[in-house]
Write a protein that binds this ligand. Structure first.
Ligand code: MG
Length: 383
């Protein structure tokens, strides 16, 4: 089911202390608001609409404006005004579902989104909620206990909350002026929609107080693993006057034969990255039987593999490619190759290596029937 996400970053959020609104503060070296925006994009959002305070549009733009499919709109005085501003910004009337999420809940993942969309197949709205496990107390102004209410049937609502799109719009249109819903599901409830709960997740915690940030720092920093993948590719020489290797065009007395541009360096590296994240091989993602990839520049294969790493919340740590050939001589092209790989993967140059070797005349590279490349990639992902 296709969806548009609205990330509500409208409040001043100063309860956490300090003078910076909480949604702009760093968690794990990244602005709080950017966490859910990246996660929702990675979970397949057609668009993410970030609702920011009218006076902070530049700040929001600086922190998330570089991401694809992100739009930043001005919110209002109350949360309901900001949500309405986000809903009004939806231009695609064919969109099936809308997810509304608090910017202060950074650790949403694709798993949460998939579960919500699945629940929405048979409901008008769905939200994650946690069982109320602690005993509840009602107190007076002096913190003296007045009563112990039953917690039976009570659940703690989290976000993102997912809704069928036209129904949510209609719900907000009919919401009484002057009243304030405490969440978006309440609007759908009032409109008579069927709302279901899915299992909540402590990781969907919201930054409200200063101590929440301490816990989030720990969560952001922990539970990541390092993975390694390797790739190997070979292509045959045929008639032609140039080859593509590691994204660089090199004049040569032969060309490499293949369905795409036959860039064995990029193919080996793509396979190494796919291997590191357990996503099969290049042929699974770009079948050679598909005419769409005939003559394709292999940059896009590599970019796709890097996007899959990002979609898992991961990052590439370093890559190393070895080209195996007698000719063309690689040495004078190595710097350009490293540069090109660094560009495609958005990595600093010192995390990209390109090397070359011959086989001293032995085997198919030695006889110059073709050439080969092997690559290794190291990737860090959430555990
Ligand atoms: Mg190949």
């Amino acid at each position: 089911m296709g969806f548009i996400a609205i990330v509500v970053a409208g409040g001043a959020g100063l309860r956490v202390g300090g003078s910076t609104s909480k949604q702009w503060r760093l968690v794990g070296g990244k602005p709080l608001v950017r966490w859910p925006v990246e996660a929702l994009l990675a979970a397949g959002a057609a668009e993410v609409i970030v609702v920011a305070p009218a006076g902070a549009l530049d700040t929001a733009g600086a922190l998330c404006g570089d991401l694809p499919r992100v739009r930043i709109v001005a919110g209002g005085a109350e949360r309901i005004d900001s949500v309405r501003a986000g809903l009004n910004a939806i231009a695609d009337e064919t969109c099936e579902a809308v997810l509304i999420h608090d910017a202060a809940r950074p650790f949403v993942t694709r798993r949460h989104v998939d579960a919500l969309l699945a629940a929405l197949e048979s409901a008008d709205g769905a939200l994650p909620a946690l069982a109320q496990s602690d005993t509840l107390k009602r107190v007076d102004a002096d913190m003296t206990v007045i009563e112990t209410p039953s917690r039976a049937g009570l659940w703690r609502a989290q976000t993102p909350q997912a809704f069928r799109w036209p129904k949510l719009r209609d719900g907000y249109l009919s919401w009484p002026e002057g009243e304030t819903p405490t969440d978006d599901a309440q609007v759908m409830e009032r409109a008579g929609g069927r709302i279901v709960l899915i299992p909540g997740d402590p990781m969907l915690m919201k930054a409200t107080y200063a101590e929440d940030f301490e816990m989030m720092e720990r969560l952001a920093g922990g539970a990541r693993i390092t993975r390694t993948g390797q790739g190997l590719d070979a292509h045959r020489f045929g008639p032609g006057d140039r080859v593509w290797l590691c994204g660089v065009e090199i004049a040569h007395d032969h060309s490499l034969i293949g369905h795409s541009d036959a860039d064995a360096g990029l193919h080996a590296l793509t396979d190494a990255i796919l291997g590191a994240i357990g996503e099969g091989d290049i042929g699974d993602h770009f079948p050679p039987t598909d005419p769409k990839w005939r003559g394709a520049a292999s940059d896009l294969f590599l970019k796709h593999a890097a996007d899959l790493v990002a979609a898992k919340g991961g990052r590439i740590i370093n890559v190393d490619v070895t080209l195996i050939c007698e000719r063309p001589k690689i040495k004078t092209h190595r710097a350009a190759m490293r540069q090109r790989l660094a560009e495609i993967l958005c990595l600093p140059l010192d995390r990209v290596s390109v090397k070359a070797t011959t086989t001293e005349g032995m085997g198919f590279p030695g006889r110059e029937e073709g050439l080969a490349a092997q690559a290794i990639a190291t990737v860090e992902t959430p555990a």
